[in-house]
Design a binder for this molecule. Structure first.
Ligand SMILES: [Zn+2]
Length: 298
């Protein structure tokens, strides 16, 4: 049912109720004193007349016509950044896995943090990055940035590297070097958190991926990402270092199997003590360098 019909119906119901109450009141007051004979007949005729009057009022008031709600015309104002906050899945312990999409351009960067639950410093950094992008919408011209601030919510709450089933999510992907085990998952993508990441990669087809970790103090990369790693290295103190593909890792899956440039951004253990502003001062420019690659951040 349309809003106009509901609105009209409510108005009609209100008027009928009000009129009936009025009629009863009138007869309670005057019925026996002014109309000495044929009270029942008079009530009936007055009711008929009242209904006719009511219908006339409704017709002339235009209730039969749809109510005209204001229409929104024109473009969305330019200061509104297209954004989409989504629950993209749930963890083993049923915690929501959130994803924020900013911008709508064709160049896509996917940045995630805390796939290892005991490496939490990336989470406030990613949230601070989201604030920066909202404040500097020019960065989103022609771009889309997809942010997942907590890839392993159970591990983060429980303070462990693994998910709630004891699986290392960063070893749970389908890659040529995959090894099945209790720690890496008995099959590829056995864990819901890993499946969510895979689905997002399939959906957004990112041009580059950054996964933020601790504490190895380097910018590691997989796939065709050497230039990207070196560029990010120009904007922070972390050295570029190739650690080598880990079996079933996200780096092996996205970088080697899919050919998507992917950075494993290994911050320091001590970074867990920093607040979001301090993290931003230390690493923000490097993340912006990834988003604006191959251009330089302003
Ligand atoms: Zn890690």
């Amino acid at each position: 049912m349309k809003m106009q019909e509901i609105d009209c119906g409510l108005r009609l119901l209100t008027l009928i109720t009000a009129t009936s109450v009025y009629n009863v009141s009138v007869f309670a007051m005057y019925g026996k004193t002014r109309i000495l004979k044929g009270i029942e007949m008079s009530k009936k005729w007055i009711n008929v007349l009242t209904v006719c009057a009511l219908l006339a009022v409704l017709v002339f008031a235009g209730c039969a016509e749809p109510v005209n709600f204001p229409e929104i015309v024109g473009e969305v104002p330019s200061f509104v950044i297209p954004s989409r906050y989504r629950i993209v899945g749930t963890s083993v312990q049923r915690r929501p896995i959130m994803c924020l999409q900013l911008g709508q351009g064709p160049d896509v960067t996917f940045i995630m943090a805390t796939i290892h639950g005991n490496e939490p410093a990336g989470t406030p950094l990613v949230r601070r990055l989201a604030r920066h992008l909202r404040q500097h919408r020019e960065l989103l011209n022609g771009r889309m940035v997809v942010l997942m601030s907590v890839a392993n919510p159970d591990g983060m709450v429980n303070g462990t590297r693994y998910n709630a089933k004891g699986v290392d999510l960063n070893r749970n992907f389908q890659a040529a070097n995959r090894v099945n085990s209790k720690e890496t998952g008995l099959t590829a993508l056995s864990e819901p958190e890993a499946r969510v990441i895979k689905q997002l990669i399939q959906e957004y087809k990112p041009d580059r991926i950054v996964s933020i970790h601790q504490p190895l103090n380097c910018i590691d990369y997989d796939g065709p990402a050497r230039m990207l790693a070196e560029r990010m290295g120009q904007y922070c103190a972390l050295p570029v270092k190739k650690l080598g593909a880990r079996p079933g890792s996200l780096g092996s899956y996205a970088g080697v199997t899919l050919g998507i440039p992917i950075i494993t951004f290994e911050m320091l253990q001590a970074d867990s003590q920093l607040n979001s502003e301090a993290l931003w001062r230390k690493y923000g420019k490097a993340l912006l360098a990834a988003i604006t690659f191959p251009n330089r951040p302003q």
